[in-house]
Design a protein around this ligand. Structure first.
Ligand code: ADP
Length: 416
């Protein structure tokens, strides 16, 4: 039997390729619809920039070109590879995981093959079957190459991010260890002084105060570490609670401190009933609330701290997120000190606020914690007095939309 040398079915490939090209906008729309049906973000957010939206059809264009020209390779220089990498970078920035990204390509493959199958159905008698198979194989390769370009870029960015987080964590560990050592040394020194026969009553009081102050600081660092270790547990083992429950827990913990300072802690009654990671939210709220209490203004007759929250976005800058704000009518922060608030060991008031002990670590721990799960932490200062400390957590779960969108506007009363 003579070897049947197979030549690439240029004519069929060209027909299918032209079909793909002319249907590319419709195919992209179908793809976007399927993706956004999976994740709770609108099609507008799936490809948030116009530039990207205009360029996505290039992926299909690239596949069509690869199908039509058997001599053409999809290599690192092909424009379609650059677009595929942009998609990887975008998904990384949006906090998508690798599985979601693979799923997107699976959907793109489904849509393209559904389209090709229906085109093939109309011309099935004009070409031998193996020609169709050759075209299928070529399309499959093209999708695979584009998928690889997206994934490898995405994974490169993820690896860099993990590396950066590890470095931050190492630095953070050093900072905390240093802090604990200082406190323990101060306590040990003061207690050995107390044992000396030469100490008089006044000195004894001073050493007692040093011990109490450092023990208090130790306690605060340990509470933070405990919450941190809870939040850093494997995400699948996270303890999820409803946001109002997490808020109540944080308030309960600080009840005595609030009473001692005469500060009323209020919670807006429209907190969205969405599930949040208890460890993270309680850690952030406890730090913000305890600051609101510590830095309250003793000259004010009425002192308060309020917790509010809302699901915000999506907008051109961000996906939808839950934003939690802790507002107080305390002493505020001088304008020239606001920039550095979240830096380690930074204290804006230093010794000017009597009785407000602290290490300047709380806010940096809050920022570290929320950023590690894709959120943000910041302060806002409005005209007049007091401060607003806020943090946000990404919210892409469909349940979150349901839980918040069912509430009529009239039910939402802004907290004072
Ligand atoms: P700490 O309270 O232990 O000093 P934090 O990191 O929690 O450390 O806060 C850093 C600094 O930010 C504080 O020392 C204080 O000057 C300022 N600050 C934080 N929260 C408030 C607030 N609610 N009102 C006024 N100042 C605040």
């Amino acid at each position: 039997m003579a070897t049947d040398s197979f030549t690439y079915p240029v004519e069929l490939a060209s027909t299918l390729s032209d079909g793909l090209r002319s249907a590319k906008q419709a195919l992209v729309t179908q793809w976007l619809d399927r993706i956004s049906a999976r994740v709770a973000i609108s099609t507008k957010r799936v490809f948030p920039t116009h530039e990207l939206l205009n360029h996505v059809p290039l992926l299909i264009e690239g596949i069509a070109g690869y199908l039509k020209r058997p001599e053409r390779d999809i290599d690192g220089k092909a424009p379609v590879v650059a677009k595929a990498m942009e998609l990887g970078a975008l998904r990384h920035a949006q906090g998508f995981d690798a599985y979601e990204l693979l799923k997107e390509y699976e959907m793109l493959g489904e849509i393209i093959f559904e389209f090709l199958a229906s085109t093939a159905e109309q011309i099935r008698d004009n070409y031998p079957r193996r020609d169709f198979l050759a075209c299928w194989q070529r399309v499959f390769q093209a999708i695979e190459l584009i998928r690889q370009a997206t994934m490898s870029h995405y994974l490169r960015l993820s690896a860099a991010q993990i590396n950066e987080r590890e470095n931050r964590l190492r630095k953070f560990n050093r900072t905390v260890a240093h802090e604990l050592k200082n406190n323990v040394n101060a306590i040990a020194n003061a207690s050995s002084m107390l044992g000396e026969s030469w100490t008089d009553e006044a000195e004894r009081k001073e050493f007692d105060a040093i011990i109490a102050k450092n023990a208090e600081s130790l306690k605060r660092v340990l509470v933070n570490l405990e919450s941190l270790s809870r939040t850093q547990m494997d995400a699948r083992h996270c303890r999820n609670v409803l946001l109002p429950e997490a808020a109540n827990e944080a308030i309960r913990e600080l009840d005595a401190a609030a009473k001692a300072k005469g500060v009323e802690v209020r919670v807006a009654d429209d907190l969205p009933r969405i599930e949040v990671d208890a460890g993270t939210v309680e850690l952030c709220l406890m730090n913000y609330l305890s600051n609101g209490i510590k830095y309250s203004d003793s000259n004010k007759g009425e002192r308060w701290v309020t917790i509010e929250a809302a699901v915000e976005g999506p907008n051109t800058e961000r996906d939808r997120e839950v934003v939690i704000r802790v507002t107080d009518n305390g002493i505020g922060v001088p304008a020239d000190k606001r920039e550095q608030l979240f830096g380690e060991y930074y204290r804006a008031h230093g010794d000017t606020v009597t009785g407000a002990d602290g290490s300047g670590l709380g806010l940096s721990i809050v920022r570290e914690t929320v950023e590690s799960i894709g959120g943000r932490a910041w302060a806002e200062f409005r005209e007049g007095e007091g401060s607003v400390f806020a943090f946000s957590l990404p919210s892409r779960r469909r349940d979150d939309v349901v839980a918040t969108s069912n509430r009529p506007e009239s039910e939402k009363t802004p907290a004072s």
